[in-house]
Design a protein around this ligand. Sequence first.
Ligand code: ADP
Length: 224
Amino acid sequence: MTSPGPRLVLLGRQGAGKGTQASMLSAHFGIEHVSTGDLFRAAAAEGTQAGLEAKRYMDAGELVPDDTVIRVVEERFGDGGPLEDGFVLDGFPRTLRQAEELERVLVAHPLDVVVDLDVPTEIVLDRIAGRRVCEDCGTVYHLNMPPREDWACDVCGGRVVQRDDDTEEAIQRRLELYERETRPVVDFYRQLGRLAVVDAVGEGEEVFERIVKVVEKHLRSGPA
Ligand code: ADP
């Protein structure tokens, strides 16, 4: 039997590269990528009531209420699969209450490491302003690094567009909320001895190698 994959959380401000790095980690370790932003965007595209409600918060740059987020994550983990086999969480937890709830769910399967992707403000602002995403599979591009053909996704052929919540006001609001609501989550994991801060400036591949190194180090030394 193969051993289960790592259980990871990626933290970092908007534009730090969580989505891109989480996809690469998922492929590398053969673990599930769970992005709450992607779950909400998919629910909104399907037009479910929860999805449409979440979209109102997202478009304004506000956080979706904790109870809704926790319900959606619990549903995603419902069959226990990712809990046993490993996962990378992207965009969750974002508040202390979500982090505490996650600890409760993971009692029997503690996180291996929480990676905080560190990027200065000027760089995240530039990355988000130029960010374009595939509306079908969520692959992330940038104005400086577009898909090969006419804004059709290299991976699935879907339309590559600007996200509805990547407006200047919504970005400002999300960055403020990150400092207020998510910075305490970083401190929470630091106190638990699970946090690893990784410099996320540079090419995607370089940052990826730094993250893999940190994850492997934590896997060798066992859960904190
Ligand atoms: P970003 O990190 O750029 O804000 P995401 O795709 O992770 O992008 O999230 C988009 C939006 O989805 C957030 O602004 C928020 O409205 C909502 N969202 C995602 N995850 C959470 C969460 N854990 N708690 C509350 N709201 C969330």
